[in-house]
Design a protein around this ligand. Structure first.
Ligand SMILES: [Zn+2]
Length: 378
């Protein structure tokens, strides 16, 4: 289950609502903003977030069913802990001609999502700060006395046309709001959206804040800083029904999951790995990686064999490879041995039915440690 479905509604449609600068249309620049938000979200947060737009660039879906209701569908899928519906707009104060001096960021939301007002107030500040503006006001109100569902069509749709708190909590989005990024009737705020750089800055500020607020971490490009060879047993201690994933790489992402282990299952570990982000991993003898986080797994070193062995059966013009992983086609050769060399056997494992020894030099000089094919050690 992913943490968040983020449904972004690019307000209106192309050519709708020209600003005080007639080359800026609300419907166009809000599509650019929503698209930048989705791209940034996909690039940085896709491990825990699915982000969708409610319309293509040239489409104009209906407010309640075509836009807002997309969030209800995400809610009903059962695939997300949280569903957030955000409709991106720029504002106009009404009046003819409209007052060009009105500025600020406004929020229009659901009467049934009072628990999100603190978040929305902060998000408004983040957006205002990105465009050197200020918070103006936030509002939530009913359609009419006869229909107490939310006033704004997209919000009403995202709340599944709920008329009561109970209906809202059944299928409504967890967050449902319109954010008005300043007034396109004001020359300065209108001009802000002429710049793609400004749009990008706004998108990143909003998305980073939303994720930080929800505790969703940005993907990092972490690199391996250390690894060591070992011979141990890993036992899954985490009792959750989702288990602990086996991965083909040293990164937490959905695309590299190759299996899952559950509480009580055991595997042999042949490598420990430390990453620049501080995370530690184990590599199993079968090649997969698994977290070394003690909240999920327990590691026990296997009994050391502490036996001296002699390299045997290697031709005089050949060498025996010492590897950093027990597999002749994975990992690296770290040293070579000659027929007759002595090694200390400190571990043993099997990979694809082939027996390997973990060996070291056995004295203080010229220390090495690695895996060798057991059939050459007598
Ligand atoms: Zn609008």
């Amino acid at each position: 289950m992913k943490k968040l479905a983020l449904v972004i509604d690019p307000g209106h449609y192309p050519g709708y609502n020209p600003g005080v600068d007639p080359t800026v249309y609300e419907g166009n620049v809000m599509y650019s903003l929503a698209e930048a938000e989705k791209k940034y979200c996909d690039a940085k947060y896709s491990d825990q977030v699915d982000c969708i737009l409610t319309r293509g660039m040239n489409e104009n879906p209906s407010l309640e069913q075509g836009r807002g209701h997309k969030a209800v569908e995400m809610k009903q899928s059962g695939n997300y802990e949280i569903v957030m519906f955000m409709s991106d707009h720029t504002n106009a104060p009404g009046g003819n001609p409209p007052d060009p001096n009105v500025t600020g960021v406004c929020i229009f939301t659901s009467q049934f999502r009072k628990n999100t007002y603190d978040f929305l107030r902060k998000l408004a500040d983040v957006a205002a700060s990105a465009m050197n503006s200020h918070f103006l006001y936030m509002d939530a109100k009913p359609l009419s006395a006869a229909d107490p569902a939310d006033w704004w069509g997209v919000v009403r749709g995202a709340m599944n046309h709920a008329k009561t708190q109970q209906e809202a909590d059944q299928n409504g989005a967890d967050y449902a709001f319109i954010i008005e990024h300043g007034f396109h009737t004001n020359p300065v705020e209108c001009a802000f959206f002429k710049s793609q750089k400004n749009i990008q800055r706004m998108a990143e500020a909003k998305i980073d804040f939303i994720m930080e607020y929800l505790g969703i971490k940005k993907a990092t490009n972490s690199t391996m800083t250390a690894f060591w060879l070992c011979d141990g047993t890993l036992e899954i201690t985490y009792a959750g029904a989702d288990g602990v994933n086996l991965r083909s790489g040293l990164k937490i992402t959905n695309s590299n999951i190759v299996g899952t282990l559950y509480k009580g299952e055991k595997r042999r570990v042949v490598q420990g790995i430390k990453m620049s982000d501080g995370q530690e991993w184990y590599r199993l003898e079968s090649g997969e990686y698994i977290t070394a986080n003690k909240n999920y797994v327990k590691y026990t070193e296997n009994n050391r064999k502490e036996k001296v062995g002699k390299v045997t059966g290697v031709a005089s013009n050949d060498v025996l490879n010492v590897r950093d992983f027990p597999n002749s086609s994975a990992g690296n050769v770290t040293k070579t041995l000659k027929d007759g060399n002595l090694v200390r056997i400190i571990g043993e494992c099997y990979n694809n039915g082939m027996q390997w020894y973990l060996v070291d030099q056995g004295d203080a000089s010229n220390k090495f440690k690695g895996f060798v094919a057991a059939r050459y050690i007598k």
